[in-house]
Design a protein around this ligand. Structure first.
Ligand code: NAD
Length: 515
């Protein structure tokens, strides 16, 4: 009788159980080797639902580690750029298969370090899988432009070329999805990368890099350096051998990066903050609109760049919408994201919880009416984590700070308006322009909103969250600098155009002159 063999799912579950108990010592990946920081220093990664739960330690790296990683990536670039793009795409396809097999394990690890509930971390891993499949096929496209020449016997085309070493700097709220949106396209386009994930969620990006190694990525093509914004982030921005920076995070840090990188004219792709709004017209399906607002405002505990933080409601339906919203939101169950039944996980850490609470105090001082929540949830087991309940303000004026600044927590501001024009004006009246939504059954109003809203994304009869990988993602105004990662446009972020003219006339031909 042959010994029973473990299925991939059983192996994955066994790994999950093992990894959920003992803290692990994580390392940097530089030039294909797993190494500690040169200084030997490390930092801890703890579960935001139970801060006594130590997940592991990570290298607390510095500029010297960044330099080694950039040098390794520069060396690897010389051969990686020459590997045919379809082969590069096949490697990413293998990563998709590995992630698919480990989805549950990776989601559980992510909930443990980031806090969001398991259904959402499964979605985060799924987004990385979707991006891998989507971008793997791009290896067989990377389409250029071929046009007729104005001269006889001359061929004219443009091709895409890789940039070189790319620095990828990511936030903590989508710990695997956002790194995947950057690493996979960068690699398919022929670049090599150094990634620095947020130090609140270093594990998920680390597991993604492990999947790349397992899929066979050559040494030095992908490097990961863990550490803080000033010690690792800044050196990654200013290093002379880095050709491109892809950053997702807050608008304040994004502006700093733009300033620093301007000195060397590096390409910089910035995906920054939001202050997203959902409009509810009086003809809307109110059940649907309230469901959308709940998911948009309190999903991921409000910690999404696309979270709904303003609900702009027509005055005729204001009371009914508020009543339903309050009733539904008050029943959402806070808890450890790994516990079945939890609907709202903790905030990323206690500092963020304090920040959210300070905005609640600001809202009260500004004269908004607190109708739900408004104090940290620290009773019983919740007291061990960074929990904050769904919080709703009514009577919010568009100019109040709670209606203007990104809070990044479960706080929704309800603003009452009298017309579609006023609703759009209020929606547009912040420095940000990422996501937006309108609920209406009137196609004419929907189309006017799509035309006039200043945002990178507009949903009709859907919440402000829910982007898919195959469309451009990003925003206008202080949400970014015009690049769009995701969709076909991500290829523009990670390639340089080269125009090629091939003259087969055998004589000197002069464009614009020979007429
Ligand atoms: P953050 O700006 O504080 O940090 C983001 C990353 O930058 C982290 O890895 C951090 O260590 C690093 N960093 C910090 N200071 C740096 C510096 N001076 N130089 C280089 N790197 C530095 O953001 P966060 O708190 O991690 O994430 C929340 C923010 O991210 C919110 O503003 C949210 O809207 C935004 N976000 C935007 C998108 C988008 O696609 N537009 C997506 C997710 C999150």
């Amino acid at each position: 009788m042959s010994a029973p063999t473990a299925t991939p799912a059983a192996l994955s579950q066994a790994r999950t159980r093992a990894s959920e108990s003992a803290p692990r010592e994580y390392l940097n990946l530089i030039g294909g080797k797993w190494v500690p920081s040169r200084s030997g220093k490390s930092f801890e990664n703890r579960n935001p639902a139970r801060t006594s739960d130590l997940i592991g330690t990570f290298p607390d790296s510095g500029p010297e580690d960044v330099d080694s990683a950039v040098q390794a990536a520069s060396r690897a670039f010389t051969s990686w750029r020459l590997l045919p793009a379809p082969r590069r795409g096949e490697l990413i396809f293998r990563v998709a298969e590995i992630l698919r097999e480990r989805k549950e394990e990776l989601a559980r690890l992510m909930t443990r370090e980031m806090g969001k509930v398991l259904a959402e971390t499964r979605g985060d891993v799924q987004e990385a899988i979707d991006m891998a499949y989507y971008i793997a096929a791009e290896g067989r496209r990377l389409a250029g432009v071929t046009v007729p020449s104005e001269l006889p016997n001359k061929f004219a085309m443009s091709v895409r070329q890789p940039l070189g070493v790319c620095s990828l700097i990511t936030p903590w709220n989508f710990p695997m999805a956002i790194p995947s949106w950057k690493i996979f396209p960068a690699l398919v386009c022929g670049n090599t990368v150094v990634i620095k994930p947020a130090s609140d969620t270093p594990g998920s990006a680390h597991h993604l890099v492990e999947a790349l190694v397992e899929a066979g990525v050559p040494d030095g093509v992908v490097n990961i350096v863990h550490g803080g914004g000033s010690t690792v982030g800044i050196p990654l921005v200013t290093h002379p051998d880095v050709k491109m920076i892809s950053f997702t995070g807050s608008s304040d840090v994004g502006k700093t990066i733009a300033e620093r990188s301007a000195k060397t004219l590096k390409r910089v792709s910035l995906e920054l903050g939001g202050k997203n709004a959902q409009i509810v017209m009086e003809d809307a399906d109110l059940d649907l609109a309230v469901e959308g607002a709940l998911w948009g405002a309190f999903g991921t505990t409000g910690q999404r760049c696309t979270a709904t933080s303003r609900l702009i409601v027509m005055k005729e339906i204001h009371d009914e919408v508020l009543r339903r919203l309050r009733e539904r939101a008050s029943k959402l169950r806070l808890g450890d994201g790994l516990e079945p039944g939890s609907e709202v996980g903790p905030l990323i850490n206690r500092a963020q919880r304090d920040r959210v609470h300070s905005y609640v105090e600001i809202g009260k001082a500004e004269g908004a009416t607190l109708v739900l929540g408004g104090a940290p949830a620290d009773q019983g087991a919740l007291g061990e984590g960074a929990f904050y309940p769904p919080t709703i303000f009514d009577g919010v004026k568009p100019t109040m700070r709670i209606a203007q600044e990104e809070i990044f927590g479960p706080v929704l501001s309800v603003i009452t308006v009298s017309s579609l024009e006023e609703a759009i004006q209020v929606l547009n009246g912040t420095p940000f322009g990422l996501s937006s939504s309108i609920y209406t059954r009137d196609v004419n109003r929907a189309m006017r909103a799509v035309r006039d809203i200043e945002a990178g994304i507009t949903y009709v009869n859907g919440p402000t969250i829910g982007a898919e990988v195959q469309l451009p993602f990003g925003g206008v105004k202080e949400t970014g600098n015009g690049h769009r990662e995701g969709g076909p446009t991500v290829i523009d972020a990670f390639t340089e155009w080269k125009s090629v003219y091939i003259d087969y006339s055998g004589r000197l031909q002069k464009a614009q002159i020979d007429r």
